[in-house]
Design a protein around this ligand. Sequence first.
Ligand code: SAM
Length: 220
Amino acid sequence: MKTLTERANKLENDGIFLGGPVKFFETAGRKQLITLLSKGLTPTSKVLDIGCGCLRGGYWLIHFLDKGCYFGIEPNTEMLDAGLKTLLEPELLNLKTPRFNPNSTFDFSIFEEKFDFIVARSIWTHASKEQIQTMLDEFVISVNPNGMFITSYIKPTLFKREYNNSKWIGISHESNQPGIARHSLSWIWSECRKRSLNVSEIKGHEYNFGNQMWIKIQRD
Ligand SMILES: C[S@@+](CC[C@H](N)C(=O)[O-])C[C@H]1O[C@@H](n2cnc3c(N)ncnc32)[C@H](O)[C@@H]1O
């Protein structure tokens, strides 16, 4: 059996986008799981992974969660299919029955489920402000009363400004061009308050790596 990094290397050699550099592939998935565990994830939690890609984080969640508890949205079906084939052990799909949907409109109700955790790694770092507003609206509809949105973001700086264009920027089902969207915590906070949501950063190297930081969003 190949290691996870060896499997990620194979995906990359096959031309599949990994969601980030191969050297961080294992770290990204492991830290996502650790972050959710630190916020109360249990094997029976229902988890929706937005833009789950080739399952960089999904690999860990599908292993940990009970059957029927993992849901992923990914419009780049080539990327997802390659991850399903190359990363996951063949018997895992039958054992855990993860469910997937390719919608690109951030429709979180497509599975007709309520979620304890909605997670988005490296999604708000490419999404427009309108897309983030849609995700927050969908979160309110699709989350269980004590559920939470765990999403990563990158702050703007003096030289790398707030992203105000109306479209996704970066690799996707529609583009091969890399790109980063930065959104300030004050803008995210104001959008959360309009929906009676609270937001806080999840600080610490045990959860974060690189230039993205996790934030937690929950109902008041
Ligand atoms: C940087 S990758 C991150 C993938 C994954 N979350 C991870 O951490 O490995 C961004 C992902 O968002 C997906 N994506 C792009 N547009 C999307 C949309 N409208 N809805 C959902 N996912 C989208 C891309 O196809 C890609 O898989």
